[in-house]
Ligand binder design. Structure first.
Ligand SMILES: [Zn+2]
Ligand SMILES: [Zn+2]
Length: 359
């Protein structure tokens, strides 16, 4: 069995830097403890690209105790191995943890969160901007509800959270970078990871936004966080589309001023719904045959396909059923045509070349 790239990347760093340092008589216990800490982190990475990002930070010669201790003992540092590491594992730099890897209802360790935030520090604050503040794509917050130093709590279970600003020595300055990452960027989603006490893992409770900052009598400040996703009961796709069309007709009939006034105060987070729908399982051979027959030319207008698919450079045409499957049409080569996107839309929304009714 061959080991994974993740294991190989870990082994590379361990054999070049960590193990030689840990067995060296010239390295102090204190420095060894720091190195053991790095070893622990190494074990926590779940994607090879996350290790690449970690190692990539060691660019220039550092001025840390660990760096000098290793250099003085004639051992390799992270800075020394960075280039060779990137040569071997740089190809995995896209294999990183992504925002959509964090799923509502699932649990995560503090390490999972600080690795993604690239602070690599479980003892830092609970507010973790994802990316450089100003260009950050999200803010992760770690909320411990009991036993922590802040009295974070649900105001409405699962939906509204009292979450204290970062403070230093009792001062809750809104100018602290972590606090600014929420206050000055109200559109950036706040991912709330909540646990009841320190013995538990954090559960992603949802995506929130801060509606305001509340100041207590003693000067403590907290974010009034409100959950954003709104999932409503299932609706039919046709109803959803019909409602939108009616809404658009009304909106277009309205004055531009009225529309723009509404847009100004509109909620920009779309409501999510679960859609009930039935679909036909189509035969891929029919699609393939019809595309072969068309030879890259629209069977409606006779023009060549307008562009090539980026995935496989094949001419982009859509296979349409002359008599729709929903009206009893057969999923057969004879009932299908390859159309350019314009002709296809025209079949469905304009005057059809293959009318499905006598009218
Ligand atoms: Zn066409
Ligand atoms: Zn169609």
């Amino acid at each position: 069995m061959t080991s994974s790239a993740l294991d190989e990347a870990r082994a590379f760093i361990a054999s070049k830097v960590l193990q030689p340092a840990l067995v060296s008589p010239d390295i102090t216990t204190e420095v060894k403890n720091t190195i053991k800490n790095s070893q622990t982190w190494l074990g926590r990475f779940k994607r090879t690209g996350d290790i690449v990002a970690y190692i990539n930070r060691f660019q220039a010669d550092a001025n840390t105790d660990v760096f000098f201790a290793l250099r003085n003992a004639g051992l390799l540092t992270f800075e020394d191995i960075r280039e060779e590491f990137l040569k071997r594992f740089g190809v995995y730099s896209d294999d990183v943890t992504r925002l959509d890897d964090f799923i509502v209802g699932r649990s995560y360790t503090s390490s999972d969160l600080v690795i993604f935030a690239k602070t690599y520090n479980n003892l830092g604050g609970g507010i973790l901007p994802i990316g450089e503040v100003g260009n950050h794509i999200a803010v992760f917050i770690k909320a411990t509800l009991t036993g922590g130093s802040y009295s974070n709590k649900w105001l409405k279970n699962g939906y509204e959270l009292q979450y204290f600003l970062k403070s230093r020595k009792g001062k809750y300055l809104e100018s602290y970078l972590e606090n600014r990452s929420i206050i000055e960027f109200p559109d950036v989603p706040v991912y709330a990871f909540v646990r009841n006490d320190a013995s538990e893992r954090f559960v992603l409770s949802g995506v929130f936004r801060s509606s305001r900052v509340v100041t207590e009598n003693d000067g403590a400040k907290w974010f009034y966080l409100v959950r954003q996703e709104k999932v409503e009961p299932a609706v039919e796709m046709a109803k959803l589309e019909a409602d939108l069309q009616q809404g658009v007709t009304r909106a277009r009939a309205d004055s531009r001023e009225a529309r723009r006034a509404r847009l100004k105060v509109a909620d920009k987070t779309p409501t999510k719904v679960i859609v009930l729908t039935t679909a036909f399982v189509r035969n891929p051979d029919v699609v393939a045959e019809v595309l072969d027959r068309a030879e890259g030319v629209c069977e409606g207008c006779g023009n060549p396909a307008p562009f090539l698919r980026t995935t496989n450079a094949s001419p982009y045409l859509e296979v349409h059923h002359k008599l729709p499957l929903s009206k009893g049409g057969l999923d057969a080569v004879e009932n299908a045509v390859a159309l350019c996107a314009n002709c296809h839309r025209q079949e469905h929304f304009g005057s059809a070349r293959w009318p499905t009714t006598d009218g």
